[in-house]
Design a protein around this ligand. Sequence first.
Ligand code: PLP
Length: 368
Amino acid sequence: MKIMKLYIPGPTRCPPEVMWAFARPQINHRGEEFSGLLRGATEKFKQACVTQNDVFFLGSSGTGAMEAAIVNFLSPQDLVLSVSVGYFGDKFADLARIFGAKVIHIPEPRGSAIDPSAIEFELHCNSKIKAVLVVHNETSTGVASDLESIARVVKGFDRLLIVDAMSSLGAMPVKIDEWGLDVVVSASQKAWMCPPGLSMIIVSKKAWEAHGSAKMPRGYFDLAKAKRAFEEGYTPCTPPIANFFALDAALDLMLKEGMENVFERHRRLSKKIRDGLRTLGLNLVAPEECASRTVTPFWIPKDIREEKLVEILKTDHDIVVGRGLGELAGKIIRIGHMGWVDDAYVDEVLDCLHRSLDKLRQVSRCCS
Ligand code: PLP
């Protein structure tokens, strides 16, 4: 199988240190070595996220943590507000519905950020809303919403704030404790520079209080079981041990670089990629003021066919890019740039895009 260069918004590239750790021999998941690994990785993760809240790692993709974020803190018939600006916001609302929540779903235009005043209006009008679901960094449109302002509004009404920070946590500031985020979820294959297989959920004291009366059905994702097991130094079920080795190694790298430096690297490279795409004459989906630092989607130019561009990037340059999701399928391309990324990584995709667009235009001129 050919090794491709990944420019998708997860899974992302993994540094060699992480993959060496991933390849380590397995250990007994009920032994002291695993307890040490679990406790150590949890402490390092808390340090990276600057949080005193409880952290749990789940053996699942990010969607598992989204499900856990719903079923552990809500009951069927609870009223939940979801303001969504994309595919993943809609997915979060759907999950809540599947488990019996009554969802007030407010879809906002794709390419826009969540408007905190829309949340304020709904909370003002409806005192029965128990929790607010938001996606911080909407990976389908490359929009990062102003989570601090959203949190201020939700906290002002003393409601539970449940945040999908899948593609922002570890790449940009998410001040969990300072902003009062109750439940936050992420996944290993995003900014954490690891293979897929582990998701993370961070739970506040207020969320634990809600857990006490929450009645949605839960089994594998029951966090009360995860908490009890963690106190003993284990996970409730067999954990994906290799993913823990990998995450531990990735956290060492990130903490060594310094989280502020990690954030600054993402900020700088995301600006570089946006500037580079604009120089190629491409229009970006997200306005500059709410542009994501981890994924940059652009509109397919009128004279270019999306599938041809995707194909030429793949065949000529071994590059895989993210395609549009849902209603944006065929209309945009998403460049992922999170985790183990540097200037050379950004330069390469910009150069290959330039050459691919030129080639496609030359071909179409020849044929017309
Ligand atoms: N939420 C966001 C913002 C995402 O970007 C993704 C994955 O791309 C998910 C949820 C779903 O995560 P997973 O595919 O790991 O289940």
